[in-house]
Design a protein around this ligand. Sequence first.
Ligand SMILES: Cc1cc2nc3c(=O)[nH]c(=O)nc-3n(C[C@H](O)[C@H](O)[C@H](O)COP(=O)(O)OP(=O)(O)OC[C@H]3O[C@@H](n4cnc5c(N)ncnc54)[C@H](O)[C@@H]3O)c2cc1C
Length: 370
Amino acid sequence: MNRTVTSARGTDPLPSPYFREEHELLRRQVRRFVETEIKPFASAWEEQGFVPREVLRRMGELGFFGIRYPAQYGGSELDTMGSVVLAEELGRSSFGGVAVTALVHAEMASVHIANFGSAEQKARYLPDIIAGRTITAIAVTEPDAGSDVKGIRTNARREGESFVINGAKMFITNGVYADLYCVAAKTAPEARASQSISMLLVEKGTPGLKVSRALDKTGWRSSDTAELAFEDCRVPADHLLGREGGGFYSIMRNFQNERIVLGAMAMGEAEEALDLTLDYVTTRKAFGATLYDKQVVRQRLAMLATRVEAGRQLGELVNEVMYACVQFHGGMGYMRESTIERMARDARVHSIGGGATEVMLEEVAKRLRR
Ligand SMILES: Cc1cc2nc3c(=O)[nH]c(=O)nc-3n(C[C@H](O)[C@H](O)[C@H](O)COP(=O)(O)OP(=O)(O)OC[C@H]3O[C@@H](n4cnc5c(N)ncnc54)[C@H](O)[C@@H]3O)c2cc1C
């Protein structure tokens, strides 16, 4: 199908205010890699439960792991939209496990070193991280603490020129096969919770670091996920990442990038799902016509495609927003004296004036099929 309303699909994308020529070059490069080096093989990786190391090395060679990192370490110094392109296109691979393996390494774990590492740490680790020779994991979650990051109990006590780590980590992506772990641990358990956590680098093979078990998941089958144990795991004091006690803030900062990247990956997946479904409903016949000839089917797909495109462009879903805002104003949201009441009435016309929603959806539907 050639959809021209989105730059992620079709041969003739609309100009985008967000993506420049270098982004589109990257998009084509990742898409080619996905078509030739992921899709034909990834079912087997789903079976074996991990992405082969040579595939990750190849992604490193192609520059996918250093999109925003400094050129001095082998990075490309692109902007956030470069990461968005990578995540969208890996999302479009239809193998979430492959996408998340690469994205956790490149965009969620190694960012702790790139953003908070010392000059020595960056010089030591980033070149191999970017080249795909060193694969990273981020270990924050614990069996007893997930959403509540401040509630972690893994601790790292200072002993001379070392930190000695004890505790457990749960649900760690790349946890089985990573070479380098960025680990959150309490270095000052008695301090205010937000000041109590530090990030530490732990290399694979450090005595006291064990993979307790590889976890068997519902999905993301080609992504390895582990529970980790730290038993008197001693790391040199210079493996502290960033400021001692500043770990909570660095985790929160890096979570922002994580959300952007996972959002882009999700939109790539949604686009791919719509493309697959469109191919299906335009060929599948029932009751004397294709499924796509049924208005309810094409309008539903058109609505979803529109919303996905809005999600990609971070555009507004104004009436949905207004509905929720009125709802949360309660009775006052229904009173003429409240501003939100007027705004909601005003916004209503967006789905009628300048092209009614149903008419616009027919236009979208026509282009979906073209
Ligand atoms: C496949 C997979 C890969 C992962 N990879 C990593 C990784 O690489 N590194 C890492 O550190 N972690 C990783 N995680 C862990 C992930 O970050 C946590 O699962 C997530 O933060 C939720 O924590 P939890 O599972 O402990 O759920 P909990 O925090 O126990 O929450 C359970 C449920 O309670 C509800 N809830 C929680 N808090 C609130 C609240 N304040 N208000 C209302 N409802 C609430 C929500 O519905 C939530 O789903 C991964 C998880 C999965 C499933």
